[in-house]
Design a protein around this ligand. Sequence first.
Ligand code: KIV
Ligand code: ZN
Length: 503
Amino acid sequence: MGRTIRIFDTTLRDGEQSPGCSMNLSEKIEVAKQLEALRVDIIEAGFAVASPGDAAAIAAIAGIVKDSTVCSLSRCDEHDIDAAWESIKHANSARIHTFIATSPVHMQYKLKMTPDEVVASAAHHVSYAKKYCSDVEFSAEDSCRSDLDFLCRVFEAAIKAGATTLNIPDTVGYMIPQEYAARIRYLREHTLGIENVVLSCHMHNDLGMAVANSLAGVEAGIDQIECTINGIGERAGNASMEECVMALHTRRDIFGIECNIDTRQIYRASRMIQTITGVGVAPTKPIVGANAFAHEAGIHQHGVLSNKETYEIMTPESVGIPKNAIVLGKHSGRHAFEDRLRELGYTLDRDAINSAFEKFKVLADKKKVIKDRDLEALIGAVPVTGEERYALDNFVINSGNTITSTAVIRLKKGDKDTAERVAAYNGPIEAAYRAINKIVGRDIALRDYSLKAITDGQDSQAEAIVKIEIDPGELVTGRGVSTDVIEASIKAYINGINKYFKD
Ligand code: KIV
Ligand code: ZN
């Protein structure tokens, strides 16, 4: 057996902090559970000092996750490290991840510190973190634009202070693969004690090379890859977990490297992140894009029908894309329904199954053939927890190209109350949203809206995703599904409002 690479997932930290990808508490918990099902080695659950909400989410994840190490980020600052430890102290296995920038531009303009002060700060804060936790990762932010000999100095100081993992991030996505590999080799040859610590890469994708750079790092001696599901993250994103893992897996012949990931959980993780954040992936995205395993051209189809290996280097099943063996419909029973959900990777409790089955029957009355994507949409990637504050009771829309659209919306509030309001506007969706704003009593702004068909065919369900702003600067994502596009849009808006009130 070859070397084993650790997978450090930062979807809930570097991914979540990027614009449009924020998640609420229950969503973060669902993602953490899925990361554990993927058998991720380390889950970076957030940046505890960033907000009380972040700290609470990390603590909740630390209390639930059993098999993966749970990590919190902190700057080289005692207060940050206190907050990080407070949030992870109950984890089965905990890690503090502390960082300071080491490039000339960051030291001079951001930190306003001299290189000597940066070395001293790294050493002091690693040993401060060490008082709490034996597992301490140290990152040299913007390391790829840092002087190599200076990096060796900083890393030696961090190792002496007790760091167990050293991270060499490409914070601005500047590297090309050979160059990154050369830097890793240089650091390995010139840093005292480096053979006793785990080396980590954390690549951003500004030049589209985050995955290639991670793999070059692995060949040069990196032991841990930091990555995110679907590659979400600051600017152009981080290295994508599914691409790194499947490259290592598919080209074992070249890398000779193992990792602990259960690749069959990849597709589900990808769908979950798309649904929760409302940030979809391109159809051509490797591994998880809609076309990744589709063979359109006749010549390709012919080849694949004769032997899949003609055009497939990995199987859809190996990343958890289920075989479309059974198509469900009106006459399908509960057993077939439950079996299919299980095959898709959903293990729901009794109540969730009951409510999903009821929704399934309603949908089956409207739609002849129910495909996997319909089922996923039906149960949602994240089970709704707790009371919904508002639910759609009914709506009437009057719209046309020669009139102002009007919407009458009635919402249920809690168990008993209902409220109805009317609004008029240029289009039917905006009129409906304005009526809902009147019921909720808030001036909610719609910042983003998308609508797409979930499956093909005229009776396809529509999925609406909205991003709404209730508190200034804070976007909440809402999602709604229906065979009626207006209903899907209204449900998405209400879903966003409920999420806001649940946080
Ligand atoms: O990109 C980066 O440098 C980071 C560090 C905090 C590891 O995210
Ligand atoms: Zn980063």
